[in-house]
Design a protein around this ligand. Structure first.
Ligand SMILES: Nc1nc2c(ncn2[C@@H]2O[C@H](COP(=O)(O)OP(=O)(O)OP(=O)(O)O)[C@@H](O)[C@H]2O)c(=O)[nH]1
Ligand SMILES: Nc1nc2c(ncn2[C@@H]2O[C@H](COP(=O)(O)OP(=O)(O)OP(=O)(O)O)[C@@H](O)[C@H]2O)c(=O)[nH]1
Length: 435
């Protein structure tokens, strides 16, 4: 479930974003760039030889003010705090600089694996020039050329070679959820309100590699883990005030959870930044619950809740599956219902439907709404089966996958939602050609 995080660091202009884009583009097929969701280019999922990971370009996270020196120090700190593997980039055309030494010195402090890659080694002579960089004391430098793409395989092999067995870390039967939202919506207050009623089993356990703090407790016989409360309780570093960093923090919390609570503030309404955070929650394919906090504040009448709900549905159309709950961390109103909802969504996202039942549904659905005719060719659906949970993923075997357009896919998803409880979870449909 949780993916390893790889961070790129290096002084300005060494080619971090070029290398970043190279690594991303090596697996274009997996990127799902959804329209309407703002993408931050500092973060992406990547894949090499079957190993999936998260790549961060720390160069994209800059402080509002500060000298270059301070900027790169903050970037190196982010890598040290967030990553499982750090890649330090140098530039062979500029040789080794004082700034490279400064970064290297910071990286000595970490126990995490550091890989040294030297960029702009575009030709054989330059590839021998990289040996200067041995004196950084970070091991064998790997020559790469972001613009030509050479050496990328060696770099990626070295990166994935450092991944431990991270995927099997969280198999303790607990439902993992994260609490995300823009600053000041009341995330910490909510976490405290939820925890206030619980007997916390384990708290403040440092993540194995990341500098994250998870909290585990049992409620009504079910174990829960709140992921990454470190990101919620400020640790007081300068870069934590930057928006890109808080987005990054939210993203790693989402990636490590089954369910994400997206917190909105009833007293301020929906802001642009809420939409960015919501987009990431949706993209990850996990369960989502929209929590409208500070419900004690607005003046209310019988329509207030419905009105707010309508606004949410309009602003976050892609989150149409997410239930909405109105709470107050301050008064405790409906706070106990949050965990009930988390448990329910978890049941839904792990729900498995038998193929025979699915095919009865398919028969009925295609009877009500016949499959479309596309350029004179009719889509034929032969069979449907569930292949995965979290999120529930269904494969439909068809005569021609190109004929299964978004609207009919949408129709099938709606049929599934009408017949089974999938509240809180996205549903994926994949088309395969029947042989
Ligand atoms: N010759 C050569 N130029 C490169 C290579 N990779 C990147 N460059 C160039 O180096 C410059 C800086 O590249 P970026 O990827 O923007 O560098 P960066 O480290 O992200 O820079 P900051 O955003 O300032 O941190 C650009 O002009 C690139 O075209 C390479 O492999 N060979
Ligand atoms: N009236 C009211 N105030 C609340 C409620 N929840 C939180 N607040 C207040 O809102 C402010 C922000 O709450 P926090 O819990 O610190 O918010 P946060 O989202 O963790 O903030 P950041 O750490 O900045 O991301 C504080 O002054 C809280 O007392 C609520 O339900 N009702």
């Amino acid at each position: 479930m949780s993916l390893p995080v790889v961070a790129l660091v290096g002084r300005p202009n060494v080619g971090k974003s070029t290398i970043f884009n190279r690594i991303i583009n090596s697996r274009v097929a997996i990127v799902e760039d959804k329209a309407g969701v703002t993408r931050d280019r500092i973060y992406a999922r990547a894949e090499w030889m079957g190993h999936e990971f998260i790549l961060i370009d720390t160069g994209g996270i800059t402080l509002d003010s500060g000298e270059i020196e301070e900027q790169i120090k903050a970037q190196a700190e982010i890598a040290i705090d967030e990553a499982d593997v750090i890649v330090m980039l140098g530039d062979v055309t500029q040789h080794m600089t004082n700034m490279d030494e400064t970064i290297a010195k910071m990286l000595y402090r970490t126990k995490k694996p550091v890989i040294l890659a030297i960029n702009k080694a575009d030709n054989p002579e330059q590839r021998t020039d990289i040996y200067d960089f041995y004196s950084l004391g970070l091991g064998d430098p790997i020559p790469v050329s972001g613009s030509h793409g050479t050496g990328m395989g060696d770099l990626l092999d070295a990166i994935v070679g450092e991944f431990g067995d991270k995927a099997n870390q969280h198999e303790d039967g607990s439902i993992r959820f994260s609490v995300i939202g823009r600053p000041n919506v009341g995330k910490s207050s909510l976490v405290n309100a939820i925890l206030g009623e619980q007997r916390v089993i384990v708290s403040n356990i440092e993540g194995t590699t990341r500098d994250a703090i998870d909290t585990t407790f049992t409620n009504d016989g079910q174990k829960y883990t709140i992921v990454d409360t470190a990101g919620i309780r400020r640790r007081g570093k300068v870069y934590e005030k930057t928006e890109k960093y808080s987005v990054l923090r939210a993203i790693s919390a989402i990636e490590e959870s089954d369910i994400t609570l997206l917190v909105l503030d009833a007293s301020t309404g929906i802001r642009e930044q809420d939409k960015h955070v919501a987009g990431y929650a949706h993209d990850a394919g996990r369960g989502v619950i929209i929590v409208v906090n500070k419900w004690d504040l607005p003046k209310k009448d019988s329509r207030s809740m419905k009105d707010f709900e309508d606004t949410i549905r309009r602003e976050f159309q892609y989150l149409d599956y997410a239930p909405i709950i109105f709470v107050s961390a301050k008064t405790g109103q409906r706070v106990p219902d949050i965990l009930k909802l988390v448990k329910e969504v978890h049941e839904n996202q792990t729900r498995r439907i038998q193929s025979s039942v699915l095919n009865d549904l398919l028969l009925e659905a295609t009877r009500i709404t016949p499959t479309p005719l596309v350029n004179g060719k009719r889509l034929r659906i032969y069979y449907m089966t569930q292949v995965a949970v979290t999120p529930p993923t269904f494969v439909v075997f068809v005569n021609d996958p190109e004929l299964l357009h978004f609207s009919y896919q949408r129709f099938l998803i709606n049929q599934l939602r009408q017949n089974f409880d999938f509240v809180g979870t996205p549903i994926k449909i994949l088309a395969r050609k029947r042989k």
